[in-house]
Design a binder for this molecule. Structure first.
Ligand SMILES: [Zn+2]
Ligand SMILES: [Zn+2]
Length: 77
């Protein structure tokens, strides 16, 4: 199991098993979302990921919904 949380701890997540994929992305949308030149991602089956707390979301482009902590601003999904 993999576990993590945002900077302030208001949003936590846990994922079971191995990720289906991992990747880096440096597209303009990811750079703007994170404020970083490159981001690392791990993709899991949705049924194997659990969030606790209030995960805020925004639709950044067609078919893409990004998740973040509405309290501290940490980017999460
Ligand atoms: Zn937070
Ligand atoms: Zn990207």
């Amino acid at each position: 199991m993999r576990e993590g949380r945002c900077l302030c701890g208001a949003v936590r997540f846990a994922a079971d098993g191995e990720p289906k994929w991992t990747s880096y992305c440096h597209c303009q949308s990811c750079r703007r979302h994170t404020g970083a030149p490159v981001s690392a991602y791990a993709g899991f089956e949705a049924a194997k990921v659990r969030f606790t707390g209030d995960l805020s979301t925004s639709d950044s482009s067609p078919g893409v919904r990004r998740g973040f902590c509405g309290r501290c601003g940490s980017t999460l999904t």
